[in-house]
Write a new protein. Structure first.
Length: 277
């Protein structure tokens, strides 16, 4: 039986087992997808022993994505271009790594806001943590002409702007409202608006009526930011589709079937979120 897992610390909150478990059942595959709670001091050994432990691959979440990148013998251009890995697989005993977050982010945007990528588009990205890296990579790959990166700690935004190059420039957090002037897309990659966290405080007045507002958060599904945008009549994109789509390439590599993201799967995760797990 093929086994994969999600490696994180902590990992109890992860909904990946629910997603992959659903697909295993739906496609009648005899396999397993497990949680692996691995503390930072054990991650090196865990990754070294992934194959001998009987796993065909793994997803990797916080705080191990950079270590996973370094541990893999073969890293693809996508993971290199993001600077972190979230998907690992063994091929002839060799550990391979990629990152599917940018793919998941773009698929979700394409599904829920078709036509979002306009020529000469200007995107505003809030936050400069791990998730922002994937969003920036995705937007650059789609040819977004200008990306204004706004983060509470400006030095982190400066660092990312340096890593990704010219179309990305860093702005002060206090200027987040003005940064929206002429923007065609706003993406929140901060944790502000997550259940239990304060809401993101931003004035959306400067956003044109045609702009799209996207939030990576999916608990709650409609964050205060998305509600504010909807009430202004803007198109909104929640974070759940990104979570579902980023899981697709890993499942295909481990179990040999490209799974579908369906309304049924979305409902399963929504029910789980509503249950407050
Ligand atoms: P992270 O690396 O910890 O980054 C957190 C970001 O939030 C940083 O930019 C941080 O700013 C900012 N932030 C935190 N508290 C703030 C505050 N009080 N005021 C202003 N900014 C604040 O986290 P991450 O891994 O990038 O994840 C970010 C969010 O994306 C999380 O909500 C996560 O659930 C979500 N996410 C969703 C998906 C999906 O599939 N939908 C995938 C990945 C992540 P500083 O740099 O100043 O600390």
């Amino acid at each position: 039986m093929k086994r994969a897992c999600i490696i994180g610390w902590p990992v109890a909150h992860s909904r990946s087992p629910l997603i992959h478990g659903h697909w295993l059942a739906r496609y009648g595959i005899e396999g397993a997808y497990e949680r692996a709670a691995v503390p930072p001091e054990e991650i090196g050994a865990f990754l070294r022993d992934l194959g001998p432990s009987g796993f065909v691959g793994a997803n990797v979440t916080v705080p191990h994505k950079e270590v996973a990148l370094a541990a893999a013998a073969h890293v693809d251009d996508v993971a290199c271009g993001i600077g972190a890995a979230n998907t690992l697989w063994l091929q002839d005993g060799v550990l391979h790594a990629t990152n599917t977050d940018a793919y998941g982010f773009l698929r979700n945007l394409d599904d829920l806001a078709p036509g979002w990528a306009v020529p000469d588009g200007v995107a505003v990205v809030l936050g400069a943590g791990g998730a922002a890296r994937s969003v920036l990579r995705g937007l650059l790959d789609r040819g977004v002409a200008e990306i204004r990166l706004v983060n509470r700690t400006k030095a982190r935004a400066d660092e990312l702007a340096g890593f990704f190059g010219r179309p990305v420039h860093a702005l002060e957090w206090i200027n987040r409202g003005q940064a929206l002037n002429n923007a065609t897309l706003l993406v929140n990659t901060t944790t502000l608006g997550m259940k239990g966290d304060p809401a993101l405080d931003i004035d959306l007045d400067a956003l044109p009526a045609s702009a799209v507002v996207s939030d990576l958060i999916y608990v709650p599904l409609e964050t205060p930011l998305l509600r504010q945008a909807r009430q202004r009549g803007l198109r909104t994109v929640d974070g759940l589709g990104m979570l579902l789509h980023q899981a697709v390439p890993g499942f295909e590599k481990w179990f040999g079937v490209r799974p579908e993201v369906t309304a049924e799967l979305r409902d399963i995760i929504l029910r789980d979120i509503a249950g407050g797990v």
